[in-house]
Design a protein around this ligand. Structure first.
Ligand code: ADP
Length: 577
């Protein structure tokens, strides 16, 4: 009814006070009435005794003739002085004398209660409304063998007294009530203030303001309670901070993992996940609280998650999602809550490397096997003596050419491997003009043999650039070598340099067989040859352009190719010169 503690206190206190005042009123009025009646009775009794003594002093029988003018006057005087009504009644109830009425017309009084009691006990008392007087009266009567003396007094005094006392008590009560309510209100305000402050604090704290505290608490029980609440808040804040830190660390760890991870609770909703997980399923919104099957749109994976949930068993399997391969682990857990941990280990790169390795082993074995078979063929023929001396020498020569090819393949493989684990590569100032000229010089016998013209337009090259001499040599040697190998006899090779703002480009153009457009993307792969027999004829290993691409990549250079049936142009682009 009253929610406010202050109002409750005031109402309860006021009701208690009103009850107390009411009780005081009833009790005091009754007590006063009783005591006053007793006092009045004693007074009336004394008057009776006095009247009787007065009447007896005449030594005459008390009858109608007894009341002479003198006696009547004396009794009326006494009645007036003492505000008494005096009545003298004969034994049979006939009224002989009455101060307030004419006895002649008064009815028989024998059965008046006070008279009946007086006859029985000697004295009698009654209170009633007198029609003669028109007021509440107290009657006291005494019986003297053949007559009764009755005195009566109006009770209006007592009623007035009780009324006055009641009025005073009510006024005093109202004053006390007003003062009490004011004092109670002041006290209740002071008493409830710390409670209100505490409630304000609890409200703020539970609504997330962890810094809220109760200030200025007093040195009493309530203050002690408030201090304890503050300490409790300190502890909770400390724990929340610790937990938040732990949570942040956990999130950082999860975020730093490149594999998709998600924690799904028993309601099948995502609780924790990392960015890799969100990216993997390309879900545009926040995933927390979403059902896993609304995010993971992959029926096989969802079926496995369902199994892990129902069988509560760890499951691991491989699955392709989008363009990626994953080794997926699903760990069901029961502590501290039930759910599953989904860990998707991205094995795409691993698979690619594995594939590359097996391709490489296949290619390499194939490349090495062919010359070995040829060498074995020649050697077996010589061993079996089925050819003459001259042919045998020719066979040995051929076997040596194939040994040389194997050597070239192994050397190129070692070079490639060296480039791939390129920790030894250093940056230095290199003179490209010098490097290109040295390569041309080394290859001059081959150029002359094929009767090729060589045009050099590399004057615009800067004196030095930053790079690596070994790698630059590998690049230009292989490209010029290819321009010779795949050129037509009598053709030409043009080496030109061009500088455009910060870019430097060096082109090696030949007038050879060219490369079909659909083959161009593949020529940088290991052992890839457009024309296998031609490559073999020229002593090619199929690794030259792979070395060029790797070496360029290490130095931040790029290589591009344009080709037609009238020749090819390989262009090296060197940035930030
Ligand atoms: P190879 O040792 O066989 O020359 P490369 O890796 O250097 O191996 O070249 C790969 C293939 O690219 C060659 O077999 C050849 O078919 C083609 N190729 C390379 N350079 C040229 C060029 N200048 N003109 C035509 N074809 C070329």
């Amino acid at each position: 009814m009253f929610k406010n503690l202050k109002t409750k206190l005031i109402v309860v206190y006021s009701v208690a006070l009103i009850c107390f005042i009411s009780f005081l009123l009833v009790y005091s009025s009754r007590h006063i009435h009783k005591e006053f009646t007793l006092f009045l009775k004693t007074e009336l009794q004394q008057s009776i005794d006095y009247i009787n003594t007065y009447c007896l002093s005449f030594h005459k029988p008390i009858n109608k003739q007894f009341f002479t003018y003198e006696i009547v006057t004396a009794l009326k005087n006494l009645s007036q002085k003492s505000s008494l009504r005096i009545t003298i009644i004969q034994n049979d109830g006939t009224v002989l004398f009455d101060t307030d009425a004419n006895p002649e017309i008064m009815e028989n009084h024998l059965y008046r209660p006070e008279i009946l009691e007086a006859r029985k006990n000697g004295t009698g008392m009654a209170t009633r409304f007198s029609n003669t007087i028109g007021a509440d009266m107290l009657y006291v009567a005494s019986y003297y063998s053949n007559y009764y003396i009755r005195t009566a007094k109006s009770m209006s005094t007592i009623n007035m007294l009780i009324e006055s006392i009641t009025r005073n008590i009510v006024i005093a009560g109202i004053i006390v009530l007003i003062i009490s309510i004011t004092v109670t209100a002041i006290f209740a305000t002071a008493f409830t203030r710390p409670i209100k402050e505490s409630l304000r604090f609890i409200d703020a704290f539970f609504n997330g303001n962890l810094h809220a505290r109760i200030l200025n608490y007093k040195d009493d029980e309530m203050g002690y309670l408030q201090k304890a609440m503050n300490q409790l808040a300190d502890n909770i804040q400390q724990r929340i901070m610790e937990l938040t830190n732990e949570k942040n660390k956990l999130f950082m760890i999860i975020e730093s993992i490149h594999d998709p991870i998600a924690l799904i609770d028993e309601d099948k909703k995502i609780v924790i996940y990392n960015r890799a997980f969100a990216n993997c399923f390309e879900y545009p919104e926040r995933l927390t609280g979403k059902y896993y099957f609304t995010v993971i749109r992959h029926s096989e994976l969802n079926a496995k998650i369902y199994i892990a949930f129902s069988q509560k068993q760890k499951i691991s399997f491989e699955e392709t999602i989008g363009a990626k391969n994953f080794h997926i682990f699903i760990y069901p857990f029961a502590e501290p809550a039930t759910g599953i941990l989904l860990l998707m280990h991205d094995v795409t790169e691993q698979k690619r490397i594995q594939q590359l390795k097996s391709d490489l082993v296949g290619n390499l074995s194939h490349e090495l096997k062919t010359p070995i078979s040829i060498i074995r063929g020649y050697l077996e023929t010589i061993k079996d003596n089925i050819c003459d001396q001259k042919t045998a020498e020719q066979f040995i020569e051929n076997a040596l050419i194939n040994v040389e090819r194997q050597n070239a393949i192994i050397n190129d493989m070692l070079k490639l491997n060296q480039l791939e684990t390129s920790s030894f590569i250093t940056s230095e100032s290199i003179d490209l003009k010098k490097i290109i000229s040295q390569c041309v010089e080394l290859l001059t016998p081959k150029i002359q043999k094929k009767n090729l013209a060589i045009v050099m337009d590399i004057q615009s090259l800067p004196q030095t650039i930053t790079g690596n001499a070994f790698l630059a040599e590998e690049i230009f040697f292989n490209l010029i070598d290819n321009a010779i190998n795949y050129n037509n006899p009598g053709g030409s090779i043009t080496i030109s340099a061009n500088k455009e703002s910060t870019l430097l480009s060096i082109s090696i153009a030949d007038t050879g067989v060219g490369i079909p457009p659909d083959e161009i993307p593949r020529i940088f792969e290991r052992f890839y040859r457009v024309d296998k027999s031609r490559s073999r004829e020229t002593g090619g290993t199929g690794l030259g352009l792979s070395i060029v691409k790797h070496a360029a990549l290490i130095m931040g250079w790029t290589v591009d190719v344009t080709s037609s049936s009238s020749g090819s142009t390989f262009r090296i682009i060197i940035p930030s010169v």
